[in-house]
Design a binder for this molecule. Structure first.
Ligand code: ZN
Length: 168
C-alpha cells in the first residue's frame, strides 16, 4: 500500500506524559491532502523501525485520526499473524462483540511495559483507505486487538489505562 516514490522519514515517537497522547485527535478531510499521504508513509517507516505492529498519528505528534495496522511476526511480537499493512483514516468501530479476550500488549509510547488487556474479539469497522474510499470490513483476534489499541490513541487513551498490569 505504501508508495516508495519518496524516501520516508523516521519520526520521533511521543512518550507517555506528552499532552498529544491525551488529546482527542481531529478527523481528516477528504479528498486526502498530499501531506496526509506523506504522514502515512512516515508513520509506516517509523512503525517498522521500532518493530511495532501498529501506530497512530498522535504517537508522532500529529493529532489526526489516522492509524496503521500491520501485524507481522517480529522481535516484539513473535507470534503475530502476517498481514498487508492497512492505513485507516477516520476509523470508526461500527460494532464490537461482547465476547472479549485477554492478551498481552505493549506500546511504542510506553517503553518497557507489557500488560494484559481485555479487548473485543470481533469488530466491524468503517474507515477511509489511502485513496479516500469508504471501506467497511470485519476484523478478529490479534488484528482486532491492534485496531482497538490504535483507535484508543485517537481518543487519548493509553493501553495501561485499560490494563491489568502484568506482574513479571
Ligand atoms: Zn500504542
Amino acid at each position: 500500500m505504501m508508495s516508495t516514490l519518496h524516501e520516508a522519514q523516521i519520526l520521533s515517537i511521543a512518550q507517555q506524559g506528552e499532552p498529544v497522547l491525551a488529546q482527542l485527535a481531529q478527523a481528516v478531510s477528504n479528498p486526502l491532502e498530499s501531506e496526509v499521504q506523506t504522514l502515512i508513509r512516515n508513520m509506516h517507516a517509523t512503525m517498522l523501525a521500532a518493530n511495532g505492529v501498529g501506530i497512530a498519528a498522535p504517537q508522532v505528534f500529529q493529532s489526526l485520526r489516522i492509524i496503521i495496522v500491520a501485524s507481522r511476526p517480529n522481535p516484539r511480537y513473535p507470534d503475530a499473524p502476517l498481514m498487508e499493512p492497512i492505513a485507516m483514516i477516520n476509523p470508526e468501530i461500527l460494532w464490537q462483540s461482547t465476547e472479549t479476550c485477554l492478551g498481552e500488549e505493549g506500546c511504542l509510547s510506553v517503553e518497557n511495559t507489557r500488560a494484559q488487556v481485555a479487548r473485543a474479539e470481533h469488530l466491524k469497522m468503517r474507515y477511509l483507505n489511502q485513496q479516500g474510499e469508504k471501506i467497511e470490513a470485519d476484523y478478529s483476534g490479534f488484528v482486532a486487538r491492534i485496531i482497538q489499541h490504535e483507535v484508543d490513541h485517537l481518543n487519548g487513551v493509553l493501553f495501561v489505562e485499560r490494563a491489568e498490569l502484568a506482574q513479571d
